[in-house]
Design a protein around this ligand. Structure first.
Ligand code: ZN
Ligand code: ZN
Length: 413
């Protein structure tokens, strides 16, 4: 028996609360960046959260039209200003009210494409600056959090340009339900089974303790050194207080941190990524001793170069992630123009800040110790995709043996 849309939406809300956030009785839940179109889903999420024992659920809405209004009409010298009460409020919930967050990633990929790139970058850098403190806590698993998506008209139109508007929304919903396993008879069990499979891959790689990874694909020839004490993470993770949560829905990746000074070679992107409303597509990055020394892009090159120049760490890598080419998202053969989905379709890397949890004792280190250990620091963290069915990855052992990890985009062990 197939489920109605309402049943699927309810399953999705339950999944976000119980598997994504892993909400515990007595917690405060802040729903952040929810598009106005998500109100019916947000109401179901709030219900589900209270049923799971939440003391308080609150929502910080987000609206592309408001963002655009600012770019059209706000004073040109005002883009360093930020509604600090938003981040202060979330921090207060996280630090003082046993808070957890559920963040929406649902925006028009081309929202700011026609706006002044300098203002776009200023707004994005300002956002990063004010999110920095919160990011410190989220990236060290101080609290439980998750990111989900949902269709909005502009985004759905970008993904399915040839369909009529309502059909675009319906198709994107169906796709999201599908890759989030909401269509499975028992979605919660499906996620637990999926997590188990990836946990096996994770422990295999953690036992191998490869010193470096060699990437080969059309336009990519790259070596990444891995630092002493690095740890592969993925799918399900646990807060410092022991709460299980899944940071992304969907998620297909296992990831760790490369050594910030040990990337050499060249890479070519295989999917576009959206930075602050600007699409960056078909780009290459050249690395020397961990640092990006050259960047070109067919689309969005100015934005890419500005992103890399944000701070010292923005020109180095903070994440290396493995995703089989046969992942459900990749199999759908759809370009989502949304990192939450696209990063789970392909092997990827991130420039910028590394996750403390990818390093043994990482949470106990201060910034200097973390950097000395090879961990990258930055106010940015941006995933971008380099994987395809043509990618091979080898691991190099401590004794110099070379072993296959990925062949033609698939696990090779
Ligand atoms: Zn990632
Ligand atoms: Zn990432």
């Amino acid at each position: 028996m197939s489920l109605t849309f309402e049943q699927k939406l309810k399953n999705y809300a339950d999944l976000a609360v119980n598997i994504g956030v892993g909400l515990q009785p007595g917690q405060t839940l802040i729903i952040h960046r929810a598009p106005l179109e998500s109100a019916p889903l947000v109401r179901l999420i709030a219900e589900s959260a209270y049923k799971a024992g939440a003391r308080l659920v609150d929502v910080i809405w987000q609206d592309d039209a408001l963002t655009l209004a600012r770019f059209k009409h706000a004073p040109r010298d005002s883009f360093h200003e930020f509604p600090t009460w938003r981040t202060d409020g979330i921090l207060d919930a996280v630090l003082n009210r046993n808070g957890a967050t559920l963040v929406f990633l649902a925006e028009n990929p081309d929202l700011l494409a026609k706006e002044d790139p300098k203002l776009v970058m200023e707004a994005k850098t300002t956002l990063q600056k004010y999110m920095q403190e919160l990011r410190k806590y989220s990236m060290s698993n101080y609290y439980n959090w998750s990111v989900i998506g949902m269709p909005i008209p502009s985004w759905a139109a970008k993904v399915f340009p040839d369909d009529p508007p309502q059909r675009q929304i319906d198709k994107l919903w169906e796709l999201i339900f599908d890759v989030c396993r909401v269509n499975e008879p028992d979605p919660v069990q499906a996620w637990k089974d999926h997590a188990k499979i990836l946990a096996e891959k994770k422990s295999y790689l953690n036992n191998k303790k490869y010193r470096s990874l060699n990437y080969k694909a059309p336009g990519t020839e790259l070596t990444l050194g891995l630092p002493e004490g690095y740890i592969w993470q993925g799918v399900s993770t646990v807060t410092q207080k022991g709460i299980n949560f899944m940071p992304n829905l969907p998620t297909e990746e296992i990831f760790t941190m490369p050594h910030k000074d040990q990337a050499d070679g060249i890479l070519s992107s295989t999917r576009p990524f959206n930075y602050g409303g600007v699409l960056i597509d078909q780009f290459t990055l050249k690395f020397e001793n961990g640092r990006i020394i050259n960047a070109t892009a067919k689309t969005g090159e100015t934005t890419l170069k500005q992103l890399i120049a944000t701070d010292e760490g923005a020109s180095r890598l903070g994440e290396v992630a493995l995703v089989p080419h046969s992942s459900p998202i990749s199999r759908s053969n759809i370009l989502f123009y949304n990192t939450l989905f696209d990063e789970n379709a392909a092997n990827h890397l991130a420039i910028g800040k590394a996750y403390r949890l990818c390093m043994a004792e990482g949470n106990q280190m201060n910034d200097d110790q973390f950097a000395t250990a090879g961990g990258n620091n930055s106010i940015v963290h941006e995933d971008f995709m380099i994987g395809s069915g043509n990618m091979d990855i080898d691991g190099v052992t401590a004794t110099g043996d070379i072993e296959p990890i990925v062949r033609a985009g698939e696990w090779a062990f």
